[in-house]
Design a protein around this ligand. Structure first.
Ligand code: GDP
Length: 527
């Protein structure tokens, strides 16, 4: 019974945003409400600063900080909230996508002046693929930004999702007076306050209440009524089922740095967001209520200190109850493993835990047994469906500078790929290693780590590919013709799947036209 109760209590989600929209600030305010931290400024901004791009040790140091705050757990109104942090830096986008496989919903932060930005669109695309329920928080309402109705239109058109405001701003910028919670029928007045929790909440049962005029002035009150009427006319009433299905995104407004609109967001989140959900496996769907433990690894963090080579594997629990010092099946390796020191991540502290439940994320010390996507089970052998790979954007061929160290090189590159640092494509003839990443940074990380951890000396040679698509076909003859015609552009990925590397979008289009029976997949999710 304890296991089922634990499921109902948990809410596991991620806060995502284009850099600078206010993800860190919002996360910190959420933690303040949960009492997980006492003062503002306690959450380290794990943002990777631009100036550090040439100094990747500095970046890894910053990433080290982010491990401590990778998962932040706190209690709020009887619920256990697990926030999974995601790196904002574009070069680590792949990390973020993988973390999104471990959450049950997300809060997407949007800057009211910048509206939808490049990373906002990409992150939303990933949420749409998985039908992840999304709540949108429009931040920085204390600054002059775009008109709220205009923002809603922009969200719908650029993010390709229906929206439904559940809070509404009264004024903006200098004239920002507060937020009307449509969901709770409450008016919260704005008092810039960076550390404390705003207490000025006035509740109404009806927006026509004359008290509203007294509080925010007749003009503001009339504008609010007009806006609310328009909202009711344009947007369908909020339908939780549609939100849970990923078809409609509720929208909140506020100012994270001033701690405004955050409580409305959190209180509504507690009520509407999904409890831990099951996941698909190669042997069918696993529900969290299933009493046998199962979980999957979605992130591996290496320790850069050569004296402490251990890594931490982040495991999301999907079903049953995880227990310390109990043997579980490592399905891919077909062996049994137990974990004497599993850790939870409560705000800044890591604690050893005895048990954990669906929705929880725990850290397992690992000496190289895990790779991203691995499944642990208590009873049956099944594997959670793979964590998708997306096309890298930069491709370089790895060249070995010391033939006597090719074993070390092979081992090192395999380990780094298991950690998900980059993607490896092997090309014939000669088993040529083409490494694909989303950012230049990873190449520096790879060369440095290959040399310092594995003693292999290498260099990278740029390859002029534009993107990788995974190829499949029911027509093996056409596939063979294609592979023959495009030898310089085909490779296999780490799992042996065929990949087409196109130099330009145009060449990809041509290939799609010339070989209509071959499917060119933009992600490995189809597998
Ligand atoms: P992240 O990159 O998304 O994590 O963004 P941060 O939380 O670090 O915020 C980026 C900048 O925006 C910081 O300087 C914050 O102080 C500022 N900021 C965050 N929220 C607000 C807000 O509500 N109003 C204003 N004016 N600035 C904000």
């Amino acid at each position: 019974m304890k296991h089922k109760e634990a499921i109902g209590k948990r809410r596991t989600f991620g806060v995502i945003a284009h850099p600078d929209a206010g993800k860190t600030t919002l996360t910190e305010k959420l933690l303040l409400f949960g009492g997980a931290i006492q003062t503002a400024g306690a959450v380290k901004n794990n943002k990777i600063k631009k100036s550090a791009t040439s100094d990747f040790m500095e970046i890894e140091k910053q990433r080290g900080i982010s491990v401590a705050t990778s998962v932040m757990a706190f209690e709020y109104r009887g619920k256990q909230i697990n926030i999974l942090d995601t790196p904002g830096h574009k070069d680590f986008a792949e990390d973020t996508y993988r973390t999104l496989t471990a959450v049950d919903s997300v809060i997407l932060v949007v800057d009211c002046a910048n509206g939808v930005e490049e990373q906002t669109e990409r992150l939303m695309e990933v949420c749409r693929m998985r039908k992840t329920p999304v709540i949108i928080f429009i931040n920085k309402m204390d600054r002059d930004g775009k008109d709220p109705f205009e923002l809603l239109d922009e969200l719908e058109s650029k993010l390709n999702i229906n929206v439904r405001p559940l809070a509404w701003p009264i004024g903006m910028g200098y004239n920002f007076q507060g937020v009307y919670s449509i969901y709770q029928n409450q008016l919260n007045l704005f008092q810039p306050d960076k550390t404390k929790i705003a207490k000025d909440v006035v509740s109404f049962t009806n927006v026509d209440d004359a008290q509203i005029d007294e509080i925010i002035g007749e003009e503001g009150a009339n504008q609010l009524r007009e806006d609310l009427e328009l909202i009711d006319g344009v947007y369908e009433p909020f339908d939780r089922e549609k939100y849970l299905a990923g078809d409609v995104a509720p929208v909140f407004f506020g100012s994270a740095v001033n701690n405004f609109g955050v409580k409305e967001l959190l209180d509504s989140f507690i009520e509407i967001s999904p409890a831990p959900r099951g996941r698909d496996t190669d042997k069918g769907f696993i529900e969290p209520e299933d009493d046998k433990f199962s979980g999957f690894v979605f992130k591996i963090h290496a320790n850069l200190d050569p004296k402490h080579r251990d890594r931490i594997a982040f495991l999301r629990i999907v079903s049953g109850r995880f227990e310390r010092n109990t043997f579980y099946n490592h399905v891919r390796n077909a062996k049994k493993m137990k974990f004497p020191n599993p850790t939870s991540f409560m705000a800044q502290d890591k604690n050893v835990i005895d048990e954990a439940f669906p929705g929880d994320v725990i850290g397992l010390y690992d000496s190289g047994n895990f790779k991203i996507g691995d499944t642990l089970t208590e009873k049956d052998n099944f594997s959670f469906k793979g964590i998708p790979s997306f096309s890298p954007e930069i491709f370089q061929e790895l060249e070995n500078l010391d033939p006597l160290k090719s074993k070390q090189l092979d081992k090192g590159i395999k380990q780094l790929m298991d950690e998900g640092v980059a993607q490896l494509f092997i090309q014939q003839p000669g088993n040529r290693k083409i490494v694909g990443t989303v950012g230049q940074l990873q190449f520096e990380v790879i060369l440095y780590r290959l040399e310092h951890e594995y003693g292999a000396k290498c260099t990278f040679r740029p390859r002029n590919f534009h993107l990788a698509t995974w190829i499949t076909s029911d027509n093996e003859q056409q596939m063979q013709e294609f592979l023959k015609a495009k030898t310089t552009n085909v490779a296999v990925d780490k799992d042996g799947n065929r990949v087409f590397l196109a130099e330009t979008p145009f060449l990809l289009q041509m290939a799609e036209r010339d070989y209509p029976e071959i499917k060119f997949h933009r992600t490995s999710e189809f597998l």
